[in-house]
Design a protein around this ligand. Structure first.
Ligand code: NDP
Length: 387
């Protein structure tokens, strides 16, 4: 029998990988809701192709275009932040949460509160509201399936084992495109260079996060929420080939690793089929052709983002939400050509120094903190030191 799916962030990179898997297994899935922010034309084409019941744009200004594109299809169209949450609360067997940034938090929470199964790619939601999201998962009896390749690897390595037996979680990081540069060279890297990840094809924001290593820092916080082994037991190691997606070490020093091609369809397929497996059309991993798998310590002097993230989660309170918001503002400023690459983490650190707030206890409090942190990050950007 076909299972129903809603896909939040259908027009993005994770959205495309998910729909590719659905396309190859057409009879297994019925699509309920597809969402985007403002890519109305693209969203409408996907909604028609997959026979979605509803298509939603987050940006209400794009609703007229969406309606026009869906004309005569019988597919419902909606727009705005509340419409995203309403779509996410429709009953389905699987929700794929793949909106980028804190914008995905409220719709993800709506899916969680319905008690559904959520394949969670939207790491920023966990970073900003980890405690709140996790208690909502417990309250509603929802299931979170980690979709980020590292967390999905850890989830697979934990299967059949007790988390109490874990000694260490080892998150692997590609190191990004600038891993081998020195401090001077790093100052002048361009947007185009930063957008070229050596191993993964991803959306712009996460690609820049990978280049600064902020992505690994966000994943450190994400791992802390998903796998409660203690912050001191989560380590990061640079593995430039991106073949070992992460590892779990047990008390007896046995280390389990999950390997696979650098293709998000692998972890997404593992979530869609969970607790079984599904076929994918991907080429098998050819270890002989890869030849060598190498590992090295991260360089936190050149790439301070992992340290900043560790300090933020250790500080607690609203620091992770502030960090995430400041990073979103700084990445956007870099992508628009307003700041140099090395300023991204500087803006985040400066914002954390200027603004703090107590631990939020509701979704609305997180969203207020996010809003204030963005204002503070923009002020930081405009201040003399950052022009
Ligand atoms: P993309 O930028 O490719 O896609 C983002 C999606 O979110 C698009 O559908 C976009 O719509 C939508 N969106 C953006 N802003 C809003 C908003 N304000 N309201 C509603 N929808 C919005 O991102 P990715 O697919 O690369 O990443 C998605 C998430 O998955 C991120 O959290 C990322 O960290 C995580 N992730 C991604 C991986 C990857 O390989 N790409 C790997 C692991 C995790 P529109 O097209 O209209 O802008």
């Amino acid at each position: 029998m076909a299972r129903s799916m809603s896909l939040l962030g259908a027009t993005g990179s994770i959205g495309a990988s998910t729909l590719d898997l659905v396309r190859c297994n057409r009879d297994d899935w019925e699509i309920e809701a597809l969402t985007a922010n403002c890519s109305a034309k693209e969203l409408a084409a996907l909604a028609r192709e997959f026979g979605a019941k509803i298509a939603v744009v987050g940006d209400e200004n794009c609703l007229d275009e969406l309606r026009a594109e869906l004309g005569g299809s019988g597919i419902e169209a909606a727009g705005g932040a509340q419409a995203l949450c309403d779509a996410a609360s429709r009953p389905v067997d699987m929700t794929v949460a793949a909106i980028v940034g804190c914008a995905g938090l409220a719709p993800t929470m709506a899916a969680v509160e319905r008690g559904g199964t959520i394949a969670l790619a939207n790491k920023e939601a966990l970073v900003s509201a980890g405690v709140i999201l996790k208690s909502a998962v417990e309250r509603a009896g929802a299931t979170l399936l980690p979709t980020d390749s590292e967390h999905n690897a850890i989830f697979q390595c934990l299967a059949g084992n007790d988390i109490e037996q874990v000694r260490r979680i080892i998150l692997t990081a590609s190191g990004g495109p600038f891993r081998t540069l020195d401090a001077d060279a790093l100052k002048s890297v361009t947007r185009e260079q930063a957008l070229k990840h050596p191993n993964w094809e991803m959306g712009a924001k996460i690609t820049i996060d990978s280049a600064t290593m902020m992505n690994k820092g966000l994943e450190f916080i994400e791992a802390h929420h998903l796998f409660p082994v203690g912050l001191e037991n989560i380590e990061i190691i640079v593995h430039p080939q991106s073949i070992v997606h992460s590892m779990v070490e047990y008390r007896d020093r046995s280390v389990l690793a999950q390997l696979g091609p650098s293709d998000m369809r692998v972890p997404i397929a593992s979530c869609l089929a969970y607790p079984t497996r599904m076929e994918t059309s991907l080429a098998p991993l050819d270890l002989a052709a890869i030849g060598q798998l190498t590992f090295q310590e991260p360089n936190e002097e050149l790439f301070p983002a992992t340290r900043i993230c560790r300090e933020a989660i250790e500080a607690g309170g609203a620091a992770p939400a502030i960090l995430n918001a400041a990073n979103e503002v700084a990445v956007e400023a870099f992508l628009r050509g307003h700041i140099a690459f090395t300023r991204i983490t500087a803006v985040v650190e400066a914002t954390l120094a200027r603004y703090s707030a107590p631990q939020p206890s509701t979704l609305n409090e997180v969203l207020e903190i996010d809003c204030e942190a963005r204002r503070c990050a923009r002020d930081t950007l405009e201040s003399a030191t950052f022009v």
